[in-house]
Design a protein around this ligand. Sequence first.
Ligand code: ADP
Length: 560
Amino acid sequence: MQKQIFKNLLITALVIIVLTTGLMLIGVYSLVEERTVSNMKNEGALIAGTMNYYDDQGYIQSPDFHRINYRLTLIDKKGVVIYDNQVKNLENHSNRPEFIEAMKTGEGSEKRYSGTLEETTYYYAIKLADGTVLRLSDTQDSIFGIFLQIIPLLLGILLLVVVASYIIGRQTTKRFVKPIEQLTDHLDHYNSITLCGYEELVPFVNKINAQREEIKKQIGDLKRDRDTVRTITEHMTEGLIVLDQQKNILSVNHSAIRILEMKGGVFIGKNLIAATRNEIVNRCAERAIEEESVDDRISCHGRYYQIHGCSVRNMGVNIGAMLLLVDVTSEQTANDRRREFTANVSHELKTPLTSISGYAEMMLNGLVPAENTNEFIGKIYKECGRLIILVEDILTLSKLDESAQEEVWQIVNVYDVAKEVVDSLKGEAEKMKVGVKLSGIEQGAVINHASSTMISQLVYNLLSNGIKYNKKGGSVQVNVVDQEGVIKLSVEDTGIGIPESEKDRIFERFYRVDKSRSKNIGGTGLGLSIVKHIVKTIGGSIQLESTEGQGTTVTIAIKK
Ligand code: ADP
């Protein structure tokens, strides 16, 4: 502002100086010119009068005239210069305009400008009584010559003007700005002091205050909206990435950073390719930016994520894309498990069915001698038995898979259920020459939140394993105890044991340590999966201890 004021003042002053100087120069010059000519005319008339009176041409040649300020020239009728008080040997002057005019009208005047000398010479010629012409001439500086003379003065004035403009500009700026500065500090509560006579600013200040209030409100609203959106996105388990049209990240939540294992700290403004090298994610982003609706699946650090991508539009214009990463691991693993289970079931069912069909075909074609018929029928019967057990186990598992939520819970005495199972498997144990014992608390081994069918299946599978995978003359001990409100059912055998490397896998469906042995003794590979499922449904825990060649103890703990 100070600069502007200074500039304006300076320009104004310069214009004034130039105009004033110019006008003054013109005025003064014409005044001087007028005076010069009129003085010269008066002087000329006086001298001519005297010369006429005395009829004496020598009058002007007297020494008194040597001090006269004018140049005096006496010219005869033919233009020959008779006398000149300043220049000798002059050429004929008959062609001089002032001479011609004086010869014609009695007097003549002329002005001649010399560019070289920057001077103007004024001539006044008067015809004397004897016919000769007396010419007076005087020289003046031209207007430009006068201007050149006053340049130092002008420069001095100019300097003064610059200094004055600067000082005045500074003072004026201060005076102008001070109330505005005061107003800025007291914009909320301005008064007559802060306004300092600037009443014109009141509507302006009111407008600014209204706009400030509006902006404050809008910022508050925006902040609230932003916080809400941020809280939602940051608490989402799904990953969310918002991109602009160049695939630069506009927003990314913690879940997306975690899922895609993005490294580097600040991701906003970064290109997606710099934040994650995941090819599928990048391809999905590109397709979504091109306004395609995208769906794809990725696997990251052992989990599966479904990517949903779509373009983001604002007022009909595509401004980028949004990617949502949803964890679908449970769905994917359930699908995988179902697929694997179906494949296993088909395989397990196919084996006994193929045997049955083979035996039956041989008998049908008369390939089995009469004395072996019973043996073949026995084989078919055995395979049928295996099939029934297998189907029962599959049904049990699928029931557990599907109807756990609908189960009606009962109060179950674990000891009583175990006793029933032990009794039912006594024959089996005797066949295998394995002793079975039941011990523990008969009363009080009660679980409030269980199902007697499930507990029965659980004990059955554990006990039958203890018998099946035992040695001749071995034993199985079933024990039920109440330990600080937790019912513990343990099935301890003195059997073949489980190798350390297999312990984690035996609870998988259809997994068997020794497939042929298990099949021979009627195993399906589903017993422990059923146990695991039941324990999970009831809300208990399983502990397995086993030493190869010495025996196995499985302990189930269920809260009362
Ligand atoms: P299966 O019907 O084959 O017995 P399970 O799921 O009950 O299937 O058991 C899985 C595998 O674990 C068995 O095939 C067997 O190899 C092993 N196993 C289970 N219980 C015992 C045990 N008490 N002693 C030794 N091995 C066992």
